[in-house]
Design a protein around this ligand. Sequence first.
Ligand SMILES: [Zn+2]
Length: 302
Amino acid sequence: MKRLSAIAFGLLCVTAGEVFAQLRVVTTSTDLASIAKEIGGAKVFVESLTAGNTDLHYVQARPDYIVKLNKADLFVSIGLELEAGWVPLLLQQSRNSNIRYGARGYCIAFAGIELLEKPTGEVNRQMGDIHPFGNPHYWADPINGIAIAKNIKESLVKIDPAGREIYEKNFNSFKNEVLKKTKELLSLMAPHRGKEVVVYHTEFVYLLRRFGLVQGMMIEELPGVAPSPAHAKKVIEYIREKKVPAILVSPWSNVRYAQKIAKESGATLLVLPIQTASVPEATTYINMIEVSVRMLHKGLSQ
Ligand SMILES: [Zn+2]
């Protein structure tokens, strides 16, 4: 009995010790969380503020987000104003100077990524819910996933220099895995290069570019603005005229509306997961990319 409790006590200490030593990483999205887990491994405890099936443009902040941010050692967000409606206030309310903008614990995930759709000239409300620094949906390109991983790795090294070797090793294996998977998917997608697709929202542009596809018309009249019947008619005519094979939507877009347009125009509707854990099969970032690309391939092969 005595021995048993000694063992139990020992186990408890090990567990408590490990938990204590873990860095707390808080991310805004499941993709960033998945990548942070790959890089941090057992040295980190990672939590995403949102679930996979979330429209990250519009998130209702909850009080527990502030609690999580208050205890965080590292905060990773997508940035580029994608989360502008909910993150800045939360950071302020978290009263955690370690993760304020510019601090060691604030990771700029998009550093080093070539951003697409940067608006030229003046940006105003008439242009819709436009992102003034460029399209923020950059994680949809797996090669950008490597850049995100590198940025997270560098932040972790800054906070925990003793862990450098582990973070470097984890980064290299993640990078190799992504490169291998991307190569495989590129050859799968080779027959579709140059094909044009219609999208609901401009959130697939990085994915499309990586796999050699072209983003045609958008169902949204302007980013974040629901389409008018006149615009929907134009999209249908466009699809028919150019024989566009597919319409891409994310699960949180107006799928029913896109379905109607698909039906009337004859295009195939593809609901791509595009975020980790938005569908059960997309358990990790790499799985999510694979599920999305294979779905795209299948839809374009019809
Ligand atoms: Zn967007």
